[in-house]
Design a binder for this molecule. Structure first.
Ligand code: ADP
Length: 573
């Protein structure tokens, strides 16, 4: 028999975050660049007020606890108020990625059975087009003022200012079981249909506590945090909740994510910390390349958080040397809320020589409290943490998905259909979870990623299992080759894929977007790589393109590239 503790059993509620922020940091600013143009300023007291108004508005629309409320919106104060108002009232906030194909958006909104859809003016034409297909949506709310209301034909069209703005700015937040669903986010589903990850109040608050710690993102009340990562992508990596928990100042860029807008907003609002995927930072770099007179060291920026895709060495060095800022890399997925591991150096790394240190910094990171990590081979055998042994990565913890929304347990594997197995066994395809449950017998979720973990617990991603290139039964890590290629001064972005080869089964083809104003050709790229990667990893061919395809979350769209270059004949073939 165990003995019950005598501590108060208060549920962990998302509403408590905005209440705390409004009480202890009422005047801390929330700055938004609006889709309609112009800048909006409010503060945490204002966000609380708007969140309460949202809760009243949902009640007025008859939204019941547990029902889903969709959003198609950029990062703004209104979207922030929905984060707290929808979840706080007991409904489920369903943030939809507007960059998905319209058919995918319709599929997702229907699958989620959204009752109300909040949308930014930018998406009015899209919403009008989709409305006839959205059976469950009863009310459409445009997140704007009366003067900017679009003239579109959708059922029960409302204006934010009239519907939400007219409500009382006080609301008695209900208390309920902390395991209650709070928000819903679909994976982009580059293969198959998107799958819904359903977060809870409890998972969200535990994830937030971890995210604030000094060895993770270390966010405090003195921070001005610019959310470049969209609020429709894995809850903006939990940053809206984290900012509220400590009352940080928030800067929300709306749709203005081009290099110039990002730079100017950072400068003007004295942003100290910002988070985003590598592609947005590449856009910022391109702007700076075109404007060599600008010295980014003049920014107040001290740190950036990067995740969603590997941080190339050139990006790390540019931030460190060119901006004078610290880079914190994280690995995670929609299914992991999203933080799985975070890269922070240990004290003993202080004495490492530069080359060694860079290697550590480029690893995705170490486990944080709450996330158990496991590597297994194709047969499910646990692999050692020696920095060498590769395995399928599995994770377990209180903010890791236990299944997908409305999918039967055991249905639908983690978003990976591997193309090859681990070379250690030379047995392709035997990925546990494929077509079966994403959760193994010990409760670990199969991520679909392949990684190594070293003795210090630093995880290094080798590849998505489905992006692995198999050459003569051996693996080539596309992440390593791409990162090395992006160190070439003439390369803006690079992607590597496997192309059929008569002898080696597959050989790598490198696809490069040249950097503007720089000379680059195949031989110089190959010469550059020759000193940086294993000889047999060298691409058999290099092609140059103007642009690479990306997924709706900013990752290289390898499925499309593989399709496009399926018949590419390698000069070695
Ligand atoms: P999507 O909806 O596109 O799946 P996610 O954000 O859920 O978006 O994608 C998660 C995947 O992104 C991971 O499984 C991993 O392959 C990749 N990823 C995330 N962070 C990193 C990182 N730091 N380095 C390399 N890959 C990463």
């Amino acid at each position: 028999m165990t003995l019950s503790g005598l501590m108060q059993d208060r549920p962990l509620m998302i509403s408590s975050l905005v209440e705390h922020a409004a009480r202890f940091h009422p005047r801390t600013e929330i700055v938004s660049r609006l889709p309609e143009g112009g800048t909006h300023r409010t503060d945490w007291a204002g966000i609380r007020r708007a969140s309460c108004q949202v809760a009243h508005a949902l009640a007025a629309l008859g939204v019941q606890p547990g029902e889903r409320v969709g959003t198609l919106a950029w990062n703004s104060w209104r979207h922030l108020a929905l984060y707290f108002g929808v979840s706080g009232s007991g409904a489920v906030l369903h943030t939809i990625n507007p960059r998905l194909f319209p058919e995918q958006i319709a599929y997702i909104a229907n699958h989620a059975e959204d009752k109300v859809l909040f949308f930014d003016v930018t998406f009015a034409p899209l919403v009008e087009k989709l409305a006839p297909q959205l059976g469950s949506v009863k009310t459409y709310v445009c997140m704007t003022s009366r003067e900017h209301m679009p003239g579109i034909d959708v059922p029960d069209l409302r204006c934010w200012d009239e519907l939400v703005g007219a409500q009382s700015g006080d609301f008695a937040w209900p208390e309920f079981d902390e395991r209650t669903a709070s928000s819903l986010c679909y994976t982009s589903g580059t293969t198959g249909n998107p799958k819904g990850v359903l977060y809870s109040h409890r998972s969200t608050l535990l994830h937030t506590l971890m995210e604030l710690a000094p060895d993770t993102f270390g966010i405090g009340s003195r921070e001005t945090l610019m959310l470049i990562v969209p609020m429709f992508h894995a809850n903006a990596w939990g940053a809206p909740y984290a900012a509220a928990m400590v009352g940080a100042r928030l800067v929300l860029p709306g749709p203005h994510l081009d290099g110039r807008s990002v730079y100017e907003l950072m400068r003007d609002e004295r942003v100290t910390f910002s988070q985003g995927v590598p592609t947005v930072w590449l856009m910022l770099f391109q702007y700076l390349d075109a404007n060599p007179g600008i010295d980014p060291r003049a920014l107040s920026l001290r740190r950036v958080g990067i995740g969603g895709a590997a941080v190339p060495r050139a990006m790390l060095e540019r931030f460190e040397r060119g901006f004078g800022v610290e880079v914190t890399q994280g690995w995670g997925m929609t299914e992991t809320s999203p933080i799985g591991v975070i890269s922070k150096l240990l004290a003993r790394h202080d004495d490492l020589p530069e080359e060694e240190l860079v290697k550590v910094k480029l690893k995705q990171g170490r486990g944080v409290w709450g996330v158990d990590l496991k590597l297994v081979d194709d047969a499910g055998q646990v692999q050692p943490w020696d920095g060498e042994s590769r395995g399928h990565l599995r994770v377990r913890g209180p903010w890791i998905a236990s299944g997908y929304f409305k999918e039967p347990p055991g249905g639908g594997a983690a978003s990976a259909t591997p193309r090859g197995g681990l070379e250690s066994l030379g047995r392709p395809g035997a990925f546990q979870g494929e077509g079966g449950s994403p959760i193994d017998e010990e409760g670990f979720f199969s991520t679909g990623d392949v990684a190594t973990i070293d003795a210090d617990g630093f995880l290094q991603l080798v590849d998505r299992a489905k992006d692995v290139i198999k050459s003569g039964g051996e693996w080539i890590s596309s992440i390593d080759v791409e990162n090395a290629a992006m160190g070439h001064p003439g390369v803006a972005e690079a992607a590597i894929i496997g192309v059929a080869h008569p002898t080696w089964q597959e050989r790598p083809l490198l696809i490069v977007v040249p950097r503007e104003g720089q000379a680059v050709d195949k031989q110089s790229v190959l010469d550059f790589l020759a000193t940086r990667i294993a000889k047999w990893w060298l691409p058999d061919d290099v092609v140059f393109v103007e642009e690479l395809p990306h997924t709706a979350t900013g990752k290289l769209l390898k499925t499309k590239l593989r399709e496009q270059y399926r018949d590419h004949v390698l000069p070695t073939a």
